[in-house]
Design a binder for this molecule. Structure first.
Ligand SMILES: [Ca+2]
Length: 152
């Protein structure tokens, strides 16, 4: 997985422009120093060299995107997604209230039909004493991201 979505690229492009203080398309030692200064840091020369030795040179927008894409794909999306659902799971039983979840996803900018489609198949219909439809998120994550087994 090596693809960023358009909104992600746009966001990264904007963050690059913030880092590229003098706007010449390359994040240089001076840019980095100025950025750290603006964060209240006073970087010494050795620290700057350490940062810059970890990134491609010249550190252009293309290099920046490639570097961040590599870092992003190294994260574990499965755990991130599980953690996001678990925040709605008060009694930790692997299901969440579907209405709450729908609201949250809508808040995150998902359209209602997208939410319906995403939740279909992992939903327990409302039953007596159930207090509303439930979404079986653990099964959902297992299906979408694969089980937690380590491969390789
Ligand atoms: Ca620059």
């Amino acid at each position: 997985m090596n693809q960023l979505s358009q909104p992600q690229i746009q966001e990264l492009r904007e963050s690059f422009q913030v880092l590229d203080k003098d706007g010449d398309g390359v994040i240089s030692r001076d840019d980095l120093s100025a950025m750290l200064n603006s964060l209240g840091q006073e970087p010494n020369s050795a620290l700057l060299s350490t940062y810059l030795s970890n990134v491609p040179s010249p550190f252009t927008l293309a290099a920046y995107l490639t570097t961040l894409t590599t870092h992003l794909s190294a994260l574990s999306p499965r755990d991130d997604i599980l953690a996001a659902f678990a925040a709605f799971d008060d009694n930790d039983d692997g299901v969440v209230n579907l209405d709450l979840l729908k609201e949250a996803l809508a808040d995150m900018g998902m359209r209602e039909d997208e939410v319906e489609k995403a939740c279909r198949g992992w939903t327990n219909k409302k039953g007596l004493g159930m207090g509303g439809d439930k979404f079986r998120y653990r099964e959902f994550v297992d299906t979408v991201c694969g089980k937690a087994e380590v491969q390789e």
